[in-house]
Ligand binder design. Sequence first.
Ligand code: C5P
Length: 280
Amino acid sequence: MREVTFEAYAKINLFLRVLGLREDEYHELESFVVPISLSDKVTCRPARKLSLRVAGQDAPLPPGPDNLAVVAALALGETSGFPDGAEIELEKHIPVAAGLGGGSADAAAVLLALDELWGCGLTEEELSDIAAAVGSDVPAMLAGRPVLARGRGERLRPARVPRMWWVVVPGGFGVRTPDAFRWWDEDGGPTGPDPKALVDALAAGDLAAAAPLFYNDLEEPVFTRHREVAETKRSLLDAGAVTAIMCGSGPTVAGLAAAEADARRIACGFPAAIVTCSPP
Ligand code: C5P
């Protein structure tokens, strides 16, 4: 039987600044999204009905219509006029509600896999429009390369980065994205500086200049409510990380290592740590 498989890569935000709350209740933002080698695996097979099976360390996960993978499949079927079924198998490795974009990455991989399986033949732009309707982070994950994201996350510009090694430390609990943004509102949260210097340093491959400019406006609101996330960041720096940054809306913290061997050494001090690199 024919099947189509795509890796769904997680992401780290090297920079995330919130510019304000919009009338549609989303937040206007600027974010530098970089895929990392940590990934889920999405396999789609022909079937009469749509179904989702989830396996892996982070199962159980809602397999029903709330799962972004299912939302993506339904959106593709509706927009493309290919309302076929499919059996979607999701092998989870990316921690859930961790700020690593796992759900969005799965949704993006489902769009690519079903476009191929169903023979929809949609353009990159058409797929990206469907991705934006599924979730703010999905277009960036669909791009599968470093991007500078604007708007609510759906307006993308390709970017370049040097190879980076990371020690990713999940929080062991989840933070809902809407909560992190609401906390930013409640706190009258900060807005970080213009990312141009960071974008230029990364494009030039100058990690020493770029690392001190990593920034995430959602850190303070999350740190205030979950002190342990701030402590993880402190511990990563104490253990020798070049810098450390909370991923998206958290609570995962990513420590940048000078090289793979340093990442493996630092990870020894964190039982749940995952060593990964970007781009994948
Ligand atoms: O687009 P998505 O469904 O992933 O967003 C989930 C929630 O996260 C939104 O309903 C909103 O509360 C918050 N969000 C936001 N601003 C963004 C992206 C997400 O406020 N740019």
